[in-house]
Design a protein around this ligand. Sequence first.
Ligand SMILES: NC(=O)C1=CN([C@@H]2O[C@H](COP(=O)(O)OP(=O)(O)OC[C@H]3O[C@@H](n4cnc5c(N)ncnc54)[C@H](OP(=O)(O)O)[C@@H]3O)[C@@H](O)[C@H]2O)C=CC1
Ligand SMILES: O=C1CO[C@H](CO)[C@@H](O)[C@@H]1O
Length: 274
Amino acid sequence: MSVPAVVLNNGVEIPQLGFGVFQVDPEATKEATLTALDVGYRHIDTAQMYGNERGVGEAVKASGLAREDVFVTSKLDNDVHAPDDALKAFDRSLDELGFDYLDLFLIHWPMPWIDVDYVDTWNALEEIYASGRARAIGVSNFHEHHLRRLLDEADVVPAVNQIEIHPYMSQDELRTVDAEHGIATQAWSPIAQGLVLDNPVIAEIAAAIDKTPAQVVLRWHLQRGDIVFPKSVTRSRVEENLAVFDFELTAHDMASVSGLNADRRLGPDPDQTS
Ligand SMILES: NC(=O)C1=CN([C@@H]2O[C@H](COP(=O)(O)OP(=O)(O)OC[C@H]3O[C@@H](n4cnc5c(N)ncnc54)[C@H](OP(=O)(O)O)[C@@H]3O)[C@@H](O)[C@H]2O)C=CC1
Ligand SMILES: O=C1CO[C@H](CO)[C@@H](O)[C@@H]1O
């Protein structure tokens, strides 16, 4: 199953659908990632915070695939925002993964209340990017006002903004801001950790087109143009989540799913400490 690519603002291509490993036990990550690679995924989303970069790297090696055939993202942890700490933490990520470069490296959260300015942290990521050890750099959980500071004060425009998006939190305004600046939007928790799957509107569309609720929701994201990386440690679901490129939702079904928005976050607001 071939996954279409999104071309980032620096020309780097990223598969539009990947595999997320948040909450995959570090001991189980190699096997889960190997399953995803075996099923056909070529894009893995991890983070320093998840504690499982090593398993991702081991799986990429054990898969027999060429390093350049798998797109791997990691994210800077919240306690290493000071520029020197960020540079060292990036090196640790490469060590854990056993790679000599990352495809994409993100600031995980802006953390505006700490005594390090995220623009300074971004400057450290720019240095990593200039060294060639990250093919692209970006941010995660940035609101419009955080993005504006980078756009006004830094040189490199983030390649992506990875934010919480699912049918209950559709983020249309921020997605528009991202697009206006050539920043690709990545949708985290794309199926709301399973919460949206028993919604009757989604279940009805799924039944009518003989697809599963997860496939309907993932297709909704893809047709909006966002990048997704659903997580599952269940092989049948890993297969199901990739089998979303042989059908399309109608404009009516797209509007019905979009109509479920309730601005309902599962995770924290990036501007609030809890
Ligand atoms: N930047 C950030 O701040 C954040 C980034 N992320 C990224 O986004 C990725 C995805 O988000 P995540 O929070 O994991 O949640 P998801 O929305 O991907 O949902 C994962 C949950 O849904 C279940 N599931 C997966 N597929 C199916 C299916 N087809 N049918 C029914 N249930 C299914 C999984 O169960 P099971 O595994 O048991 O099969 C798991 O419990 C993360 O892994 C991470 O990479 C996530 C949160 C924050
Ligand atoms: O990536 C992540 C996984 O989920 C955590 C809990 O919501 C987030 O804080 C984090 O950003």
